[in-house]
Design a protein around this ligand. Structure first.
Ligand code: BGC
Length: 437
């Protein structure tokens, strides 16, 4: 069986992490541009990062040469709307040009509308803590959809709500660096109202028939005993249970996809409102999968011999089964096509030697995860695409530039690009549509 002929072989990035050009096009700052120095490794910032804003033609040319079929990128809200109710023509033109460049190269644009870079002005209006954000978000979505939907078909409303809300407002490790545990029901509600309104805004305004989804950080539990039915069933149930460790999954998936309310930390996110208010109809579910929950601090699996586990440079355990079970469990529950919108690994000692970056570990990683994905596909789970994280080395949020995730190496001074060995290998896999995996 294998991958469909129109499988979306892709790579992903996000605006704050690769775009740079933070003051171009009349752009105003996002909450990440103003992150205090002491919150980011080595006091770095995302102001120019990989400068895709000015290097986008070169980046698309590389994608074309390597045979990518899809590129997932996000839009910087504050580039498009530097202040409330004001659209920057230059800002929106940049994304229009990027889309044209991709289509000329035969690459499908997959647009994420929000990947964590809340405009500072929106934050100052109380950001995710106030329902006043909803009409502003809708106005932004309508602006983007009106400008791009004659060419863009795939829309991802949000990237990993669990991360930007919990890391940003509860654990205080991501912008805006708040530790307000009690704000959880409110910020979740505001996010879910924005999501629902965004889905409607896309469907009401899109020119090409839209395909809409959201990228969940899907933490899966693995069967404790491999190839054991009872163990797999237990892992499935645990993966969707409402215990705190899996709050990521249940807290977001159940209201949005099932219209059900969930209780965690002793609270409901619905604030007395029916959860069905947050339910939307997606055309696909996007998932970002790095590692299974078994390896994490949330209810980790005590049976794992950690001395045998391989970790990447930011501490994500490497195990292709994570992707196989994530796809299998989600498809079993929701029966919606799945887009793997992120999967990749961080390395911390990469360098260019004679024009090459020898990252054989990343090639191994890609092969391990893609073989797992193929197994899931062969068992009948519908998967429409895979985007490696990341196309380029980038700004890894609070980790700054300490690690590299890219298929393309970026020299942080000159912004020169070098295609890594792993990208050549990924390109071969794409060319033969994963047949030899
Ligand atoms: C995020 C990316 C991030 C990646 C690697 C994902 O959670 O969506 O923005 O760079 O993980 O940590």
């Amino acid at each position: 069986m294998g991958f469909a002929e129109d499988f979306l072989w892709g790579a992903a990035t996000s605006a704050a992490q690769v775009e740079g050009g933070f003051e171009m096009d009349g752009r105003s700052p996002s909450i990440w541009d103003v992150a205090p120095k002491e919150k980011i490794a080595n006091g770095e910032n995302c102001h120019d990062s990989a400068m895709q804003r000015t290097h986008y033609q070169e980046d698309v040319a590389i994608m074309k040469k390597m045979g990518l079929k899809a590129y997932r990128f996000s839009i910087s809200w504050s580039r498009v709307m530097p202040k409330p109710h004001f659209v920057s023509r230059k800002g929106i033109q940049y994304y229009s040009d990027l889309v044209d460049e991709l289509l000329k190269a035969g690459i499908e644009p997959l647009v994420t509308l929000y990947h964590w870079d809340l405009p500072l002005w929106a934050y100052e209006l109380d950001g995710w803590e106030s329902e006043a954000l909803v009409p502003h978000f809708v106005e932004y979505v309508e602006t983007v959809v009106t400008a791009l939907s004659d060419r863009v078909r795939y829309w991802i409303t949000f990237n990993e709500p669990s991360c930007f809300l919990m890391n940003g407002y509860m654990q205080g490790v991501h912008a805006p660096f708040k530790r307000k545990y009690l704000s959880l029901p409110r910020i979740t509600r505001v996010f879910m109202l924005c999501n629902k309104a965004a889905v409607e805004a896309i469907r009401n305004n899109a020119i090409l028939s839209p395909k809409v989804g959201l990228s969940f950080a899907f933490g899966v539990y693995l069967p404790e005993v491999k190839r054991d039915k009872a163990s797999e069933e237990a892992a499935y149930i645990k993966s969707f249970s409402k215990q705190m460790g899996v709050m990521n999954n249940a807290w977001f998936l159940k209201p949005i996809l099932e219209g059900k309310k969930v209780r965690a930390y002793g609270i409901y996110h619905t604030k007395g409102k029916p959860a069905v208010e947050y339910q939307v109809k997606f055309d696909f579910i996007a998932i970002n999968v790095y590692s299974a929950f078994d390896y994490g601090s949330y209810g980790g699996n005590p049976h794992i011999d950690r001395s045998k586990v391989k970790y990447d440079a930011i501490g994500n355990a490497i195990d292709g089964d994570s992707l196989y079970y994530a796809v299998k469990f989600l498809y079993r529950r929701y029966h919606l096509p799945i887009l793997v919108s992120e999967n990749g690994m961080a390395a911390d000692k990469e360098k260019v030697e004679d024009g090459h970056v020898h990252d054989s570990y990343r090639t191994d990683y890609i092969k391990e995860y893609l073989s797992s994905l193929k197994k899931a596909v062969n068992e009948g789970n519908e998967v429409i695409g895979y985007c490696h994280w990341s196309l380029l080395d980038n700004f890894e949020w609070a980790e700054g530039y300490r690690t590299r995730f890219g298929l393309i190496y970026v020299d942080w001074q000159s912004k020169e690009r070098t295609i890594k060995d792993s990208f050549y290998e990924y390109s071969k896999i794409i060319a033969e549509n994963g047949r030899s995996l």
